[in-house]
Design a protein around this ligand. Sequence first.
Ligand SMILES: NC(=O)c1ccc[n+]([C@@H]2O[C@H](COP(=O)([O-])OP(=O)(O)OC[C@H]3O[C@@H](n4cnc5c(N)ncnc54)[C@H](OP(=O)(O)O)[C@@H]3O)[C@@H](O)[C@H]2O)c1
Length: 306
Amino acid sequence: MLSVKFSIGNAENNSFAIEATFAHHYSYSYHCAAVLLLIKSRWEGKLAVVTGASAGIGLAIARAFVRSGLNVVGLARRKEKMESEMANADGKGSFYAYECDIANEQSISNAFQWIEEKFKTIHVIVNNAGVGKPGKIMELDFEILKNAIDVNLTGLLLCSKLAIVLMKEAHEAHIVNINRQCLGKAKDIADENIRTFYKTFVSSLFGHQVYISPKLPYANIYPATKFAVRALSEVLRREQNDGNIRITNISPGAVRTEMIQHSLENLERLEILEPEDIANAIIYAIGTPSRVQIEELTITPAKILS
Ligand SMILES: NC(=O)c1ccc[n+]([C@@H]2O[C@H](COP(=O)([O-])OP(=O)(O)OC[C@H]3O[C@@H](n4cnc5c(N)ncnc54)[C@H](OP(=O)(O)O)[C@@H]3O)[C@@H](O)[C@H]2O)c1
């Protein structure tokens, strides 16, 4: 049995609230429906920027936002892919694809100038674009390592700064940074003692803890960028402390996307996450009342396949 009470207040004073009473059986789908209703009321017609919206997690986030009534600007290099992937997205929100190389300062500046001219303000930004190439630091070209820093950290920093300038016009705003949970439950360590490892590392993040093994030597510069993103999120949260801009760091475990194709065979005993799982978490985070700061969300696969 489930009873859900909605009390929706005034958009201007952020007094939206949902009261949900879950009796006997908690229902996730009812919970999602409640959160979605809240999102639709509060964020409908507002502008969200999603970097890396052409594939994987970013594409799922763009779809979830459009479904929730947000207008979305997707920033990625593959503009046509964004357009074709989003062509049939359902929902009241509109999607605008803008070609942008997050490793290039001028390209980012051009994108935000276009956003300012067209929309004036930004309400939500999801700093999602990211790269992670397999290989050890000494085996990879410097340019590959530098590109990861440029996309994962420097580009994210510039996007955040330019977004915050435009967010000052908004009544409330939300920055979401996508971090990384340690890949953890991978085959090589699984063979040693997968359950012990899971319990030890489930709360540690690649942005919090480095994990490298002989069979998973791909981390290279990636954890350094994600450690830095976590620190940056914390500094920005303290600097933007008037409560109008909330900042959430999302740290997923393994998600089925292009990025981890190379390590899927090492993850065969994991029931890995889907991009929609991360998008749903972001819908939850931005849907909380404006007094609530979700600082960190760690999302890991629940099941280890035997
Ligand atoms: N998959 C996982 O297991 C996992 C787990 C935890 C966290 N993450 C993080 O989640 C985020 C998204 O990853 P994903 O798994 O969805 O990867 P993905 O499927 O490979 O997608 C990466 C996205 O980033 C964009 N991107 C890469 N370089 C870019 C650049 N120079 N300029 C603009 N956009 C760029 C790509 O767009 P274009 O190529 O079109 O430019 C693409 O849309 C990343 O920050 C990643 O570190 C992933």
